[in-house]
Design a protein around this ligand. Sequence first.
Ligand code: PEP
Ligand code: MG
Length: 554
Amino acid sequence: MIVMQGQGVSSGIAIAPIAFYKRQSVVEEKTSVCADEEWQRFCTASQKAQSELERLTEKARQEAGEEASLLFETHQMMLDDEDYRDAIEAKIKEDKLSAIMAVQAVTDQFANMFRAMQDSYMQAREADIKDIGMRLIRILSGQENHRLSFEESVILAADDLAPSETIQLDKSKIVGFLLSGGAAAGHTAILARTMGIPAVIGLGKSLLSSYEGRMAILDGGTGSVIVEPNEDMLKRYRERKKQDAEKQSWMQELKGKPNRTRDGHEVRVYCNISTPNDVHAVMANDGGGIGLFRSEFLYLNSDDYPTEEEQFEAYKSVLADMAGKRVIIRTCDIGADKQIDYFGLPKEDNPAMGMRALRISLSRPLFFRSQLRALYRASVFGRLGIMFPMVTSVWEVREAKKCCESVKQELKKEGIPYKNDVELGIMIETPAAALISDKLAKEVDFFSCGTNDLVQYTLACDRQNHDLGRFYDPHHLSLLRLIKLATDNAHQNGIWIGICGELAADTALTETFLAMGIDELSVSPRFVLPLRQAVRDIDTRISREKILQELSYG
Ligand code: PEP
Ligand code: MG
């Protein structure tokens, strides 16, 4: 029995023999080529790659949701990128390289360039360009798309898997995967979670090719992998797997039930979404409403500013689909890790602390007004709340509200209908906002705590830096105290408060949030039912005083 320890990035238990993923190798020994023929070969391969990517985009949309499909839309755009193609053409026509060698050389060059970039979003493009290069080379060398098909259930092992390889995993046979490399925040790990395939990454040199065909247990929750487990171990893990499956099925029975504690306290469990299509997942998981619609997708998924009409259609569709349930749409949160070329933002040394979110909206009134006009126009189709991100001062909120008023007046003059009772709220995601939440609460209808940013700004820990380990501590007392302070100030001023950062789904803190009096927890749709169960298991009378005591000063 051999035990390996890696990083669990997608929970669940898999029990099956290990099968190594064998990529086909490329044999190319051309020394002299006809440039025109090679360029033509490249163009044909590129068209074929586009068609494959179109099919993959659709497959990802159906199996892993809209966010996953955006990844392959990005691949389509990158494949068509003029700089990439021009560089390949130059290698073929000027350096007289074969199409395969040209693709390899240019892909390496682009991958190095992305890797050297400061911005983590751009760094992540390295994996994408390599994925595109691999696809082109496979097609150019006449190999069929390797389907990763197996006769029996296996745990797939590899050095790394490209996102496009991950999406093609046949879930009926590949019951888990193991990587010697990989990154927890990488797209491959995110896809594994969305597709529900247990996965362990970062096994390094402990993952040996001699394990091929040997029985193994993979625990995607703890990150441990046991090769050739003994009977006792197998029995234990089979039992846990059975319990997991049972849990999944009784979770379904929670649908339609209230998010009510044993002593009768209710909390709203809402969902975070990124695109209008995600509403299906909200419905399927019985989310009570939408606590955060990250409107950035419209901007990230476009080559130019989306028009007012395009924005209106997206907001209208979410509001109409949610049929009167509350929908909080956050105004554009661009900047920091979400950079968009056409915004032409100047390069900053410290973008997380620079021009982002509401700061951009207030500095670019035309851009802000077009989003507000679209939002107010859509307001008649449901129950809308508008939320401003990255607030630090009262004047910012007043200025944003003034823009809302002016947009309403404009619509009124134009005879365009809008609702007058749209709720206006802010995110509490900077320590400044939490510390002056008594003042801010007088300005708005609600607060929503963005704990992802609140952790990074409170603990001075970059949320993109995955090496910070235990220093990045979302349970830190300072953070909980800031949330408690904002909650008290919200309630003293008669407004509601929610949490929409990742921490909302952390059931180890559900009791603490309920003790504070949080009104709403907004989470990824798949966390709605587990969170509902956690709420229903709590009796706030038991530990409330103790929890509040721990949060208090002195
Ligand atoms: C947050 O900061 O917690 C949040 C919900 O916003 P985002 O993750 O989009 O920055
Ligand atoms: Mg945030």
